[in-house]
Design a protein around this ligand. Structure first.
Ligand code: HEC
Ligand code: HEC
Length: 229
């Protein structure tokens, strides 16, 4: 009898031990999480900083380059309206590291606090993106083919598989790219492809993909993306 019970008793004891261990672990980690949860993301503060900058810190207004409500009209400066909050925040953090070292944005990103970055990201994600247009009839078929089907011979996956059929991306990892300025998209793909020390290297999959693309393929897919809605 005793022998038959012992595995059962043993497992009960183990279960009890496991429960008490979990309970202790939960209690121990609780105080460490409380202060972070108390900080609330404030899109209204993000809006003010975006539109006015902060003269006291020497921080320029983002609106001067990225346009009203994040709809940049300057082709070298990305549209930010409607971009995923998590992606925007990640970029503002990455600009403070060698992963995305860019003269202009790295200077400003270092002037923003973590709360500023979160507030601006929340503000921009809530804005409505204005559509763009494809401009080159001759390359639209190639661009569409690459976007939807990738390039089999070069082992390039379809852009749509991560950025979505309409280019709206998938939060949090995959950014929205639909309607973006051709010039900016070309610049980023060229950056991802580059092996220079100061090139954009904050995405391993994008580096692999871009390193297999020719200039013509990059230009074609960038133009197609600009027209995606
Ligand atoms: C002088 C012009 C200028 C100003 C002012 C400026 N930006 Fe930028 N921003 C740029 C350029 C140019 C890029 C593209 C950088 C690159 O090529 O990697 C960029 C890129 C970005 C990106 C990355 C977008 C993406 O799709 O990956 C974010 C986010 C951003 N800026 C936010 C801001 C915020 C927030 C401010 C205000 C604090 C600001 N910018 C002020 C010129 C500017
Ligand atoms: C395996 C998934 C995956 C595939 C396939 C993929 N991408 Fe991406 N792409 C990403 C991720 C992840 C990022 C965000 C990188 C980061 O965090 O900065 C990104 C970022 C980008 C950006 C930068 C956006 C910005 O605002 O700066 C462009 C442009 C882009 N991808 C274009 C493409 C194109 C064109 C293709 C097809 C040829 C493609 N991607 C295929 C995952 C993918």
């Amino acid at each position: 009898m005793n022998r038959a019970f012992s595995p059962f008793v043993k497992s009960m004891l183990l279960a009890l031990l496991a429960v008490s261990a979990t309970a202790t672990a939960v209690e121990e980690t609780k105080p460490a999480h409380t202060p972070a949860a108390a900080v609330k993301v404030d899109a209204a503060k993000g809006s003010t900083l975006y539109s006015d900058g902060d003269a006291a810190r020497g921080l320029p207004a983002c609106v001067s380059c990225h346009g009203a409500a994040g709809n940049s009209t300057i082709v070298a400066n990305p549209k930010l309206a409607g971009q995923h909050e998590g992606y925007l925040y990640k970029q503002l953090v990455d600009f403070t590291t060698p992963e995305r070292n860019q003269a202009v944005m790295s200077t400003y990103a270092k002037m923003l606090s973590d709360a500023d970055k979160k507030n601006i990201a929340a503000y921009l994600a809530a804005q409505v993106a204005k559509p763009g247009t494809a401009k080159n009839k001759d390359t639209i078929d190639l661009g569409k083919k690459i976007y939807r089907g990738g390039i089999a011979g070069k082992q390039i996956a379809a852009c749509a598989s991560c950025h979505g059929a309409t280019g709206n991306g998938i939060p949090v990892q995959y950014p929205r790219i639909a309607g973006q300025h051709q010039d900016y998209t070309i610049a980023q793909l060229t950056q991802f492809r580059s092996t220079k020390a100061d090139a954009r290297k904050n995405s391993a999959p994008m580096h692999t993909i871009a390193s297999r693309m020719s200039d013509d393929e990059i230009a074609a897919v960038a133009d197609y993306i600009a027209g995606l809605k």
